[in-house]
Design a protein around this ligand. Structure first.
Ligand code: AVJ
Length: 319
C-alpha cells in the first residue's frame, strides 16, 4: 500500500489572473498576444500529449532517448542521498527513467495546476511504494522554497521538455536564478533544452501533417468560446508557426485572413486582414548559448548530453 502523497499548498496570494482577464488584456494589446499557459485546459493538455507523439515533433522522443542513455551518469552526479524535485510534475515517462536510475528516497512534484499535480503524484506514489512523494502547488516562475518535511538535503531539480523555451531570455534568466536560489550548495538542475537547427526541421515540428499542433493552437479560441461570453469563431482563424531566426524562436500565431470583429465579455476587438494573435514563443538555444545563460544565473554547467543529430540537449547544472 503506497503512502499518501504529502500535499503542500504554496500558491501565491494573488493566485492567477483568470482566463477572462488574460484574454481581455491579450486581445487589447498591440500586437495582440496571449500567454501559452492558456493552451492547457483538459482538451489542450490532451492535444499536447498527442503533439508529443507526432513524427515531426522530435523533442519528446529525443529527450527520452538522451535520458535513457544518460540516466546512470546523472544518478552518479546527483550522488547517493539525492532527492528528486520535478518542475511541472509527473505525467511523463522521463521522470520514471530518473527514479529508476537514482532510486531516491523522496520525490517532490511542483505544479500550479492542482488537479493535474494530485493525479500525477498519486500515480507515482502507487507505482513506487518505497518512494516518499510530496506535491507542492506553487508557481515556480516565482521565488520558491522547498516545503517543510521534504528531505531535500541533496536535491536534483528536473525541468524537462524545453519548457524553458516559453520564457524570453530575460525571463529565462530570472527563472534560472530562482531555481539557483531554491537549491542548496551541491544541488543540481537537470534541464532539457531544444537546440537551434535547420529551419525545415524546426518548422515541421510545429506544423505536423496530421494537424494536431493547429488544433492545439485553435483550441485556445475554442476555450474562449466555451468558457467566456464570446461570438468568436475559431474557423475564421488559421494556425501559423514559423522560425524567427533573428530572435531564435518558433512563433505560433492565429491569423485572421479577413478583417473581422469579435466580441468577448461585452468588449469588441477588431482584426485587420492578415492580423494575428501571437499565442506562443518557443526559444531555441545553442549548447554554448544555454551554458552561458546558466552561468549568468550562477550555475556551473557540469555536463551536457545530446543525441547523435544534436536535435535536443539535456544539461546538468551544479549550484
Ligand atoms: C511545452 C513549450 C516545450 O515549445 O515545443 C509544442 C509547446 N507548442 N507544440 C514547445 C508546444 C506547440 C512546447 N513546450
Amino acid at each position: 500500500m503506497a503512502l499518501a502523497v504529502r500535499f503542500h499548498d504554496q500558491r501565491p496570494e494573488d493566485a492567477e489572473r483568470s482566463l477572462r482577464e488574460e484574454v481581455l488584456a491579450g486581445f487589447a494589446g498591440q500586437p495582440k498576444a496571449t500567454p501559452p499557459k492558456l493552451f492547457y485546459d483538459r482538451r489542450g493538455s490532451e492535444l499536447f500529449e498527442r503533439i508529443c507523439r507526432q513524427p515531426e515533433y522530435y523533442p519528446t522522443r529525443t529527450e527520452e532517448l538522451i535520458l535513457a542513455r544518460a540516466a546512470h551518469d546523472i544518478a552518479d552526479l546527483a550522488g547517493q542521498d539525492a532527492s528528486l524535485v520535478e518542475l511541472g510534475s509527473g505525467a511523463s515517462r522521463k521522470v520514471r527513467l530518473l527514479l529508476e536510475a537514482m532510486q531516491p528516497a523522496s520525490y517532490l512534484g511542483i505544479d500550479l495546476s492542482e488537479d493535474f499535480l494530485r493525479a500525477s503524484t498519486q500515480r507515482l506514489a502507487s507505482d513506487y511504494p518505497a518512494l516518499e512523494v510530496h506535491a507542492a502547488c506553487a508557481d515556480f516562475s516565482r521565488p520558491l522554497t522547498l516545503p517543510d518535511g521534504f528531505d531535500g538535503a541533496h536535491p536534483l531539480a528536473f525541468f524537462p521538455g524545453s519548457s524553458i523555451g516559453n520564457f524570453d531570455p530575460p525571463q529565462a534568466l530570472a527563472l534560472l536564478a530562482n531555481l539557483h536560489e531554491l537549491l542548496p550548495e551541491g544541488g543540481g538542475l537537470l534541464i532539457g533544452v531544444d537546440l537551434v537547427k535547420e529551419r525545415e526541421v524546426l518548422e515541421a515540428a510545429y506544423n505536423d501533417r496530421a494537424g494536431v499542433t493547429a488544433a492545439f493552437n485553435l483550441n485556445l479560441l475554442e476555450r474562449v468560446r466555451r468558457e467566456l461570453d464570446s461570438d468568436i469563431e475559431p474557423h475564421q482563424f488559421v494556425h501559423r508557426a514559423f522560425f524567427n531566426e533573428a530572435a531564435s524562436r518558433i512563433e505560433m500565431h492565429l491569423v485572421s485572413p479577413r478583417a473581422q470583429e469579435v466580441a468577448i465579455e461585452g468588449e469588441r476587438f477588431r482584426f485587420t486582414a492578415g492580423e494575428s494573435l501571437h499565442t506562443e514563443n518557443s526559444y531555441k538555444y545553442s549548447l554554448e548559448g544555454f551554458r552561458e545563460l546558466a552561468g549568468r544565473a550562477g550555475f556551473r554547467p557540469l555536463t551536457q548530453w545530446t543525441d547523435p543529430q544534436a536535435l535536443f540537449s539535456v544539461h546538468y547544472l551544479q549550484r
